[in-house]
Design a protein around this ligand. Structure first.
Ligand code: PCA
Length: 198
């Protein structure tokens, strides 16, 4: 099994992005698949372009994109990408989008990964995880939508999905009311979920 595993650069004033830190760890530790880690910019359009280029070159069986969702308490596996970008937060190029379609396409596209099996595999390791119906309206949702659209337009035999990960503890030192999860637990969650695909 060939897996393209993407993570993001830091954004919103954070020094790290746990999505990329965990992607690097998973690529280093997982031995059940050939994993290609790919760092994406937190920019609406260049992120999708970079992911699509890698899909074309690598021709993976699975694409899992990972992003940070500060405020969530455990890893969530996104079910739905919506065709709208709408956030007051500027991307890392300074672009702000309000009520703009991601692409010319359907209102929603859906993960093609077996999300229930993945969550069950994580839970079997004694870790929490859930299926989320809300990938937001920022760059993560945009990338998720763009990847699903590319796969569907080109009728590629590739399963794709998106996981949001919480802050790690070092990020919450200055905001102790926000939940966090250790990098080890995030990594273990992603490895358990991906091994359910074998
Ligand atoms: N999280 C943001 C974009 C990059 C990231 O890691 C999001 O949820 O849209």
């Amino acid at each position: 099994m060939k897996i393209l595993l993407t993570g993001f650069e830091p954004f919103g004033g954070e020094e790290v992005n746990p999505s990329w830190l965990s992607v690097e760890e998973v690529a280093r530790k997982a031995d059940f698949a050939v994993i290609t880690p790919l760092l994406l910019p937190v920019e609406y359009f260049s992120s999708v372009e970079k992911a699509v280029k890698a899909i074309t070159i690598i021709s993976p069986d699975v694409v899992l994109s990972v992003g940070q969702a500060g405020g969530r308490a455990c890893v969530s596996f996104e079910n739905t990408a919506v065709n709208i970008s709408d956030s007051d937060t500027p991307d890392n190029s300074g672009k702000i989008l309000h009520s703009v379609n991601c692409e010319n396409g359907p209102e929603k596209l859906f993960s093609t990964l077996p999300l229930r099996d993945m969550v069950d595999a994580v839970n079997a390791k004694g870790l929490p995880a859930y299926i989320s119906q809300n990938a937001g309206r920022f760059v993560c949702n945009h990338v998720f939508y763009g990847i699903l659209k590319h796969i569907s337009d080109n009728r590629l035999n590739i399963k794709a999905g998106f996981a949001h990960v919480p802050f790690i503890p070092a990020q919450t030192v200055s905001k102790p009311e926000r939940p966090s999860m250790s990098l080890e637990n995030i990594t273990e969650t992603l490895i358990a979920a991906l091994s359910a695909l074998n």
